[in-house]
Design a binder for this molecule. Structure first.
Ligand code: ASP
Ligand code: MG
Length: 401
């Protein structure tokens, strides 16, 4: 007998028929003799709809009240699914985040899990009940409801798997697993049998949006193997774990990020401390800087170019304008017509020619590269936004065809 944690995303529980489908998967797992703990997300677009409702009433509502509101979506899902499983004649109970002791930090809307006091779940499992837990929500030290940030139910599931020492943590979604690229953009994308935690983290932060980033961090820290699979097809999914047998391509995926902006500061004085002054201003404002390029100094001036999330563009521009006198740059140029396209692969570290192959694919399609950055398992290029999909396909074909 094993203890299995299963998480079902919003699209898997979107309506009554889909809840029945999920209930079948859960009870089949139970019938096989396992203890089953299930984490559910809010149905379909529920969370977005709740945000819209709040905005109609008060777009500046406090984060505390937003969390009270948003946590209701998951509560609907667990109650409905429990009723469905009851009707099938199985012992089942639904529990909220606070009932299972999901203790978090106090940061409303982006709380982090501190501890799972799981005694209630263990008691229910001892009674041989199927336990359904509301994802995405917890409780802080003031006894108030918190949420874990968008997509946070994945993290609820992994935290429960850690706390309960589960044998398996399955993340059910509406696709068959993790793909070498977004299949909607790259029709030849292939499902991966396995991927490492590190690759998954890079892909998640690159906008691949399969798993909540923190869920992967947590799984890596406690070495919990995850399986990402479809609740609709019954096909085997993708295993996320520490080490994976290397594909001959050495690459696991291609991803794009179009929600970025590029900032160019032209004509900064070529003296020590310039980069420090620019980036400490941005750090103070909590602006996340990604790719950075500094030109070679000429005539005592240099240029610094960097990328930031598109959402930070106005704030960044404002700060740099306010400081033009002290920074004494000649001009600033801000553009959102750029995209970052990246390849990720744990095999990169020990193999040569991978970046070159990526650049060749871009050259063959006459796509110009504005900036390049690399890490041990990633190569990213900044290109024109209009070229982004074409670049993804060209790079994907180069490595996977
Ligand atoms: N319902 C929340 C969201 O839509 C949490 C989740 O689905 O994981 O972000
Ligand atoms: Mg999700």
């Amino acid at each position: 007998m094993a203890l299995i944690v299963q998480k079902f995303g919003g699209s898997s529980v979107a309506d009554a028929a889909k809840i029945r489908n999920v209930a079948n998967i859960i009870t089949r797992t139970y019938d096989a003799g396992n203890d089953v703990v299930v984490v559910l997300s809010a149905q379909g677009d529920t969370t977005d709809d709740l945000i819209e409702k709040a905005n109609e009433i008060n777009p500046n509502g406090s984060k505390r009240e937003m969390d009270v509101l948003l946590s209701t979506g998951e509560q609907i899902s667990i109650a409905l699914a429990a009723m469905c499983i009851e009707k099938m004649g199985y012992p089942v109970i639904s529990l909220t985040g606070w009932q299972v002791g999901m203790e978090t930090s106090s940061d409303y809307s982006r709380a982090r899990i501190r501890k799972v006091e799981g005694s209630r779940i263990r008691k229910e499992l001892d009674k041989h009940r199927i336990v359904l837990v509301a994802g995405f929500q917890g409780i802080n030290r003031y006894g108030d409801i918190t949420t874990l940030g968008r997509g946070g139910s994945d993290t609820t599931a992994v935290a429960l798997a850690v706390a309960l020492k589960a044998d398996l943590c399955q993340i059910y979604t509406d696709v068959d697993g993790v793909y070498t690229a977004d299949p909607r953009l790259v029709p030849t994308a292939k499902k991966l049998d396995a991927i490492t935690y590190d690759e998954m983290l890079e892909l998640a932060s690159l906008g691949a949006q399969v798993l909540h980033n923190r869920s992967v961090e947590l799984a890596k820290r406690y070495q919990i193997e995850l399986e990402v699979l479809s609740s609709f097809t019954g096909n085997p999914g993708t295993i996320v774990k520490e080490v994976v047998k290397m594909e001959k391509t050495f690459i696991s995926g291609v991803a794009q990020d179009k929600k970025i902006a590029r900032v160019v500061l032209v004509g900064l004085e070529d003296v020590p401390g310039m980069a420090y002054r620019v980036f400490s201003l941005l750090a103070k404002a909590k602006i996340n800087v990604d790719v950075i390029l500094q030109s070679i100094g000429r005539n005592n001036t240099k240029d610094i170019t960097f990328t930031i999330p598109e959402g930070s563009k106005d704030l960044c521009q404002q700060i740099l304008e306010e400081n033009q006198e002290t920074l004494r740059y000649h001009s600033m140029n801000v553009s959102t017509d750029v995209a970052k396209v990246s390849i990720v692969g744990a095999g990169m570290a020990e193999n040569t020619g991978i970046a070159a192959a990526m650049f060749e694919a871009l050259y063959n399609n006459q796509i110009n590269i504005h900036m390049i950055s690399t890490s041990e398992i990633k190569v990213s290029v900044l290109i024109d936004k209009a070229d982004s999909e074409k670049a993804m396909r060209a790079i994907h074909d180069k490595f996977f065809d």
